[in-house]
Design a protein around this ligand. Structure first.
Ligand code: HEC
Ligand code: HEC
Length: 291
């Protein structure tokens, strides 16, 4: 009478062991990593696409990636490249032993970009299968809500009021030392909108004209420098006329407007920059194969 019950117990135990084994192998987080010393270095990432969500402009956003070496030999990180506006602050370890990991810290300056954001960070290593591994930071940069005031109508005699005393705090100081888009966001966006597409009654859209046309280009440059001949609401920004900007800064603004109007015509405003979209297929692959 003893042997049948013993068989039943053995049977149940075998079934339990089978179920446990199957569960471990089928659950990605629990799968044991077997490191073989005969294997080359293998780079593996927790998460190739890091979504930082909605972040304010003019801030420094930090994020990091954990890279594991699941191969059998030492992994050497030879270089880390980034698309512009995004810097690698720190790689905790350049040589990663089998089974060990390293952390890549990334810092992002959001003053350079509004709207959808995608930055690529490429890790170069001695993993023979993936010598260049692209990682991505995605998110959306939102304009800082700007504290405004009741409408002010400037008189022709106080066209420089914006740049004086308390007014300068919001209307001129933030643009010091900046150029291009960052300067536009600091000094012009409150009246012309963050994308230069206009802000209600404060200022018109600046993207309607043809910046390829030299006469138009020069006229816009003149209005920025000397103010609008028609309205004191658009003050003279040139230092020669008592404003805060030098020639290079004003040139960079016209350059930005030209680029922005091109972007609008192509329907690209508020999409990731074309440089960021360059490796679209690589990005799609990273979404499909996150590790
Ligand atoms: C706290 C920041 C801040 C200060 C200080 C400030 N402004 Fe403004 N200003 C803005 C913003 C933001 C706008 C955009 C319109 C809005 O949202 O109210 C604006 C718009 C304007 C306009 C466009 C027309 C309008 O009123 O909408 C004028 C002119 C103007 N400001 C003049 C001045 C003058 C003159 C002073 C100083 C007495 C001043 N501002 C101080 C933030 C400021
Ligand atoms: C206080 C609000 C205010 C600020 C700040 C401001 N603008 Fe203006 N801007 C205006 C208004 C209003 C007009 C329209 C004036 C007119 O009717 O001629 C204008 C006109 C212009 C024009 C001419 C547009 C056209 O089609 O003729 C340009 C170019 C321009 N602004 C660029 C800038 C740039 C660049 C900055 C930042 C350095 C800036 N503006 C800052 C209010 C502002």
């Amino acid at each position: 009478m003893r042997s049948p019950s013993r068989l039943v117990i053995i049977g149940i135990m075998a079934l339990l062991a089978f179920c446990a084994g199957w569960y471990i192998l089928a659950t990605p987080g629990r799968k044991p990593v077997v490191i073989s010393v005969y294997e080359p270095p293998i780079i593996s990432v927790e998460d190739r696409v890091r979504d930082i969500g909605q972040v304010p402009t003019d801030s420094k956003e930090r994020t990091s990636f954990l890279l594991y070496n699941i191969g059998g030999q030492h992994l050497r990180i030879t270089a880390v490249d980034t698309s512009c506006g995004c810097t690698v602050a720190d790689v905790s370890k350049k040589v990663v032993a089998p089974g060990d990991f390293t952390r890549i810290r990334v810092e992002l300056d959001t003053s350079l970009k509004l709207g959808k954001l995608r930055k690529t960070i490429t890790v170069h290593s001695n993993d023979p299968k993936r010598p260049d591994l692209p990682l991505f930071v995605v998110g959306e940069v939102l304009p800082k809500p700007m504290e405004g005031h009741a409408r002010i109508n400037l008189q022709p005699r106080d066209r420089l009021a914006l740049f004086k005393g308390d007014c300068a705090k919001c209307h001129a100081n933030a643009g010091k030392g900046k150029s291009g888009k960052a300067l536009f966001l600091a000094d012009c966006a409150m009246c012309h909108g963050v994308n230069a597409m206009g802000n209600h009654s404060a200022g018109p859209s600046l993207l309607g004209g043809d910046y390829e046309n030299e006469a138009y280009h020069a006229q816009m440059r003149r209005v920025i420098a000397n103010g609008s001949p028609k309205s004191p609401q658009m003050p003279p920004f040139s230092q020669k006329d008592g404003g805060p900007l030098n020639d290079d800064q004003m040139d960079s603004l016209v350059g930005f407007l030209k680029f922005q109007s091109f972007q609008q015509r192509m329907g690209l405003l508020n999409k990731p920059d074309s440089a960021e979209l360059e490796d679209e297929t690589v990005f799609q692959d990273a979404l499909k194969e996150p590790h």
